[in-house]
Design a protein around this ligand. Structure first.
Ligand SMILES: Nc1ncnc2c1ncn2[C@@H]1O[C@H](COP(=O)(O)OP(=O)(O)OP(=O)(O)O)[C@@H](O)[C@H]1O
Ligand SMILES: [Mg+2]
Length: 280
């Protein structure tokens, strides 16, 4: 019985969407859940992060989307694309070829609802379906957001401004209006939150402005705290993930921390993400 379809999203690159998706998937599988990850990003980082080279599978999400380009085409069933990975997480892999499917889809008037329509066929087979989305506002991100019941927004210190939430909420509201579907934000993940705030980031700029305006020597850390509180008010559930060397190693080995290093502090935070998702 399916508990949730969850999309991991942020329009900025490198915030930790793929990492959060895969690490949460690891803990869900470890607790006995049946989990499918759908990689909808041409960069194929979720595919690589589960130990699969994108050239290896005979079919990938490119074949799926490009088979939906014309009304006469025979669509490839999503179930035909599923592969089992070494950590027992099932995967629909991606490939750089996916870039080529984007223009083909413009011929399909229902192009934003393709994944939402077909994902229904998989709901009996999984407890959780996790969708890793790309960092650009195109058809694959929109398909992921519409197919998902819930969205997890992943922020990193350099992506976060005082109005960081307002920016993303504005984008989501536009999408909701165009597509006539409500996007539920389940939680905010503040990833790499233990890192010092980069000098050029919004948080640091805000910190400097605050100092000038109030004369108070506010530190970037205190500003971060203000931002965390804002996120709690707006989204409810906020999970902070520290920076950890183990994350990169886990991605390179294709083995989630739930299995290789469950006591790592970042792993513990990802376990909390998984537990929150499992509550529905
Ligand atoms: N908590 C963390 N500790 C250390 N490294 C991390 C952490 N989270 C992510 N990273 C590293 O940061 C990089 C970007 O992470 P990731 O690929 O998950 O971001 P993304 O948002 O999916 O990026 P994109 O927008 O390009 O899809 C990766 O090299 C990853 O290993
Ligand atoms: Mg990614």
């Amino acid at each position: 019985m399916l508990i949730t379809v969850t999309a991991f999203a942020h329009h900025k690159g490198g915030t930790g969407k793929t990492t959060t998706c895969l690490q949460a998937a690891g803990f869900l599988v470890k607790s006995g859940r049946r989990v499918l990850v759908i990689d909808t990003d041409p960069q194929a980082n979720a595919t690589l992060g589960l130990g699969i080279h994108p050239d290896t599978p005979a079919h990938n999400i490119y074949h799926y989307y490009s088979s939906q380009s014309s009304p006469d085409a025979e669509p490839i069933p999503l179930a035909n694309l599923i592969i089992r990975t070494i950590s027992n997480i099932d995967l629909i892999p991606s490939h750089l070829d996916l870039v080529g499917a984007e223009p083909l889809l413009y011929q399909n008037p229902d192009r934003y609802e393709i994944l939402a329509r077909d994902i229904v066929s998989l709901k009996e087979r999984y407890d959780h379906i996790l969708i890793d989305t790309p960092p650009f506002l195109g058809q694959f991100l929109l398909n992921g957001l519409i197919a998902a019941d819930r969205t997890v927004i992943v922020f990193s210190p350099d992506s976060f401004a005082l109005n960081g939430y307002e920016n993303i909420r504005m984008i989501l509201t536009d999408i909701e209006e165009i597509l006539n579907k409500k996007i539920q934000i389940r939680m905010a993940v503040l990833n790499r939150w233990s890192l010092p705030v980069p000098e050029e980031s919004f948080v640091s700029k805000f910190s400097a402005r605050f100092k000038r305006q109030t004369g108070k020597p506010e530190q970037a850390d205190e500003i971060k705290q203000i931002l965390e509180e804002q996120m709690k008010r707006e989204v409810g559930t906020v999970i902070q993930v520290p920076d950890s060397l183990q994350v990169g190693l886990s991605n390179r080995r294709g083995m989630p921390l739930a299995f290789s290093n469950p006591d790592d502090p970042a792993a513990k935070a990802f376990e909390q993400v998984a537990q929150t998702l499992d509550q529905g």
